[in-house]
Write a protein that binds this ligand. Structure first.
Ligand code: AMP
Length: 575
């Protein structure tokens, strides 16, 4: 154990990733396979393999108590040391007795961890923990405690340990990563790598795989620079969940790979009706069901609505009714015995379509499963199907021009979703990696505070009210127009503003009135372009009025310099 602790110290002492990897590789190579396996586990900051879900249940208080006992220090002395280090492992290194011989071996340590985890009752746990720590040197104690608290803080992510394994055993990093991802067990990965048998790693259902992550883009153009004919989905504002389903059994895992099945019993029941063994990737959202008989389909609610449902072990029927949820499935990693992550998204997406459209099995004893059927959008009747949770295939849109993406973005926003996910149909699923095969477009590019210079009468239900605003920014002392937008304001605000504009008209040009430049509005947009349409020399794509800014005086509105700045930033981001 002392060699592991010394290696960890050396790893902490360098910021260079290559050096960190080399240090760990040298250390692993010099050990027998089993010792190396356990060491790799400890060096990734875990006492047990991820897939096991075993926890030590030896919290900070228990550790503190033991450190106090072994060191003979007072609480005040320990607290002072903690304030200096901010890390209970480093505190141990300072206060543990000096000069003990190093006798611990990592394999023994792992056994001791298992004893601590398995000990029933505080007394037994304390005894097991005390026994281990009583044998540790200062440096060993430092790392034992760090591993037990799950935080090494030596700048060694699991991906670097994977790199070190590849290097130590002459295997490719990709193979090591893949095996570790499938096994969820870095110690087992070492055993296979050392024996040259990485290819034998198999996926285990009901153990979470890593989640594929997305990279942000600022604009439709930027997204289309990566690939031409994307799959486009709404970006829902909920929590990511991987659903493992087999023979009526379901487990849901969060992005942190924690199991969250208990918090969403109705989703478990709905997923259990799927016709095939599968691992799905999707988003759990709070779902707003339409009135019964309404042609509307319901919609995802913002994350704040879902919050009440998170982190609960027991969920009452009442809460399930108050905050109904839905699972929007957008990917599939495994189906009917086949791992799908190496297949292109286009193929995986088709399999998601098929699975969700297939008739569901009725293994449930409750009437709710009748409501699930093979349809996704059902009116919700709290009296008849109190727990019917929706499984919905997240709709996929196509569009290869930036205007189409912009329109979809607007539509997503209008439905209350966060924005768009833009995905490469040819891409494989890369668990735990953030790449450019999935792009997320969510933030407004920026908003501008602009001054209304002219207004026009609207159309349709906006006839008779001044609802189209032309707005401007400052170019020195002069206002220059930059865009025109239909008002995104409420009817009451529009009516009130109409009166104000009529009273403050400076020139009446029929349908269009020039008005005193007094009203400040906040404007959002998707993109900024150079254009001769307005005298600022710029125009906005899909401008929309976010709100009135009565708190701002016109002098405080934005300037042409800021517009130029946004334009340049946007183009830098796209290039
Ligand atoms: P962010 O949390 O901003 O990094 O965005 C990525 C997250 O968006 C994912 O982890 C999902 O939870 C969520 N998300 C919402 N809709 C989708 C979708 N259609 N495809 C993939 N991820 C989505």
């Amino acid at each position: 154990m002392v060699e592991l602790a010394e290696t960890a110290e050396r790893v902490a002492a360098t910021t260079k990733k290559l050096e960190k990897t080399a240090l760990v590789a040298d250390y692993l190579r010099a050990r027998p396979a089993e010792e190396a396996a356990i060491s790799a586990l400890f060096l990734s900051g875990r006492p047990f393999p991820m897939r096991e879900e075993t926890t030590l249940n030896a919290g900070g208080a228990l550790l503190w108590q033991q450190i106090k006992k072994i060191s003979g220090k007072s609480d005040a002395q320990l607290e002072a040391a903690y304030r200096r280090h901010g890390d209970i492992g480093a505190v141990s290194a300072e206060v543990f007795p000096d000069g003990r011989p190093a006798t611990l071996n990592v394999v023994e340590v792992e056994r001791a961890f298992r004893q601590i985890a398995g000990a029933r009752g505080v007394a037994a746990k304390t005894a097991a923990l005390g026994e281990l720590l009583a044998r540790a040197t200062r440096l060993e104690a430092k790392y034992l405690v760090k591993i037990m608290t799950g935080d090494l803080r030596i700048g060694l992510k699991e991906s670097l340990v994977e790199g070190a394994i590849a290097r130590a055993y002459g295997q490719s990093s990709a193979e090591v990563e893949r095996a570790n991802m499938l096994l969820g067990d870095i110690a087992e990965t070492v055993r296979l790598a050392a024996a040259g048998r990485l290819g034998e790693a198999k996926m285990r259902l009901f153990h979470p795989l890593g989640f594929m992550l997305a990279s942000p883009v600022e604009s439709a153009e930027e997204a289309l620079a990566y690939f031409k004919d994307p799959y486009i989905e709404h970006k829902y504002d909920g929590i990511r969940a991987q659903a493992h389903v087999s023979a009526g059994q379901v487990r849901l895992f969060s992005r942190t790979r924690d199991e969250i099945t208990e918090s969403f019993p109705e989703l478990g029941e709905a997923l259990a009706t799927l016709a095939q063994e599968a691992i799905l990737d999707g988003e759990i959202v709070a779902w707003s069901y339409p009135e019964k008989g309404s042609p509307q389909q319901g919609r995802a609610m913002p994350f704040s609505a879902l919050q009440q449902r998170l982190g609960r072990k027991k969920v009452s029927q009442e809460l399930m009714r108050q905050v109904p949820v839905a699972y929007l499935a957008f990917d599939m990693l495994y189906a009917g015995g086949n791992l799908l992550i190496d297949r292109p998204l286009a193929e995986r997406a088709r399999l998601v379509d098929e699975l969700l459209a297939a008739p569901r099995s009725k293994i449930l004893g409750i009437s709710s499963c009748e409501a699930l059927g093979s349809q996704s959008h059902l009116a919700f009747d709290p009296d008849v199907q109190p727990l019917a949770a929706q499984l919905i295939r997240a709709p996929v849109y196509r569009g290869s021009r930036s205007e189409q993406l912009d329109e979809l973005f607007m539509a997503a926003k209008e439905r209350g979703n966060e924005g768009l996910m833009i995905k490469d149909p040819n891409s494989v699923y890369t668990p735990g990696r953030r790449g450019k095969a999935w792009l997320k477009m969510k933030r407004e590019l920026a908003t501008l505070d602009a001054v209304v210079t002219a207004v026009e009468y609207g159309h349709g239900k906006r006839i008779g009210v001044l609802s189209d605003y032309t707005f401007a920014v400052w170019d020195g002392e002069r206002l220059v127009n930059i865009g025109k937008a239909y008002s995104g304001l409420t009817d009451a605000e529009i009516a009130e503003m109409t009166n104000w504009f009529l009273e403050h008209t400076t020139a009446d040009r029929g349908l269009r009135l020039d008005v005193e430049p007094k009203i400040v509005i906040e404007v959002a947009f998707n993109n900024m372009m150079r254009s001769g349409r307005h005298n600022s020399g710029y125009a906005l794509r899909f401008p929309r009025i976010v709100r009135l800014r009565p708190d701002k005086r016109p002098e405080e509105a934005d300037t042409l310099a800021r517009v130029k700045d946004i334009y340049e930033r946007q183009h830098r981001a796209a290039s």
